[in-house]
Design a protein around this ligand. Structure first.
Ligand code: SF4
Length: 194
């Protein structure tokens, strides 16, 4: 939805996928493929920063702040900072983020960090409250047959997602495959206005 909304406003867009917080690697690959599928469908170029995926480095970087909200503040803030650095390096004048679409991310913190980073000059930060497009985004992703994640990203969030199963009596555990809906946030994005 962020891509559609900003394109409607006249921005020319480049999507950037940089998510070392998506774990394990198989899940990262699934979401990267979904991002590619979505961008192909929307006719938007996608740049994937696979070199940034390093689970050891990421887990070390959250040591000492491994619980919410500190972990998430670091996680979102560091990806936003990386997006600004990438855009600056590419000579792109504006940055926004699909993190602003999520109902589960620290929205105010992301908006404030984007505003802070944008104050330094180019690139500027394009803030929009994409959360209002949540249902439409959900419906569109289903219609496009996109993979929908069951947990936010990191192994901590995956453990939170399935903690109840660990606690459940054996006989009540589900053994089948299941379809789970989740937050469709999959990318930090760099946007170019022309
Ligand atoms: S729960 Fe989500 S936002 Fe928080 S640290 Fe994990 S991946 Fe990042």
């Amino acid at each position: 939805m962020p891509i559609l909304r900003l394109r409607d406003e006249g921005f020319r867009l480049i999507a950037w996928f940089m998510n070392p917080n998506i774990q394990p690697l198989a899940e990262y690959l699934r979401r990267r493929e979904a991002a590619r599928q979505a961008c192909d469908g929307l006719g938007v170029d996608l740049v994937c920063d696979d070199a940034a995926w390093d689970i050891t480095a990421w887990l070390r970087s959250v040591t000492g702040r491994d619980t919410k909200p500190d972990r998430c503040v670091f996680c979102c803030g560091s990806r936003l900072q990386a997006a600004f650095a990438k855009a600056r390096g590419m000579g792109i004048p504006h940055v926004s983020s699909s993190l602003l679409y999520s109902r589960y991310q620290p929205h105010e913190m992301i908006a404030a960090e984007g505003a802070r980073l944008g104050q330094a000059g180019s690139p500027s930060f394009v803030y929009r409250d994409f959360r209002r497009d949540w249902q439409e985004g959900f419906d569109r992703s289903r219609a496009m047959g996109l993979y929908r994640q069951a947990w936010c990203g990191c192994v901590y969030s995956e453990a939170d997602r399935y903690a109840k199963r660990l606690a459940a009596p054996r006989g009540r555990q589900s053994s089948g495959a299941q379809i789970l809906s989740g937050d469709a946030q999959f990318a930090s994005s760099v946007f170019d206005a022309s």
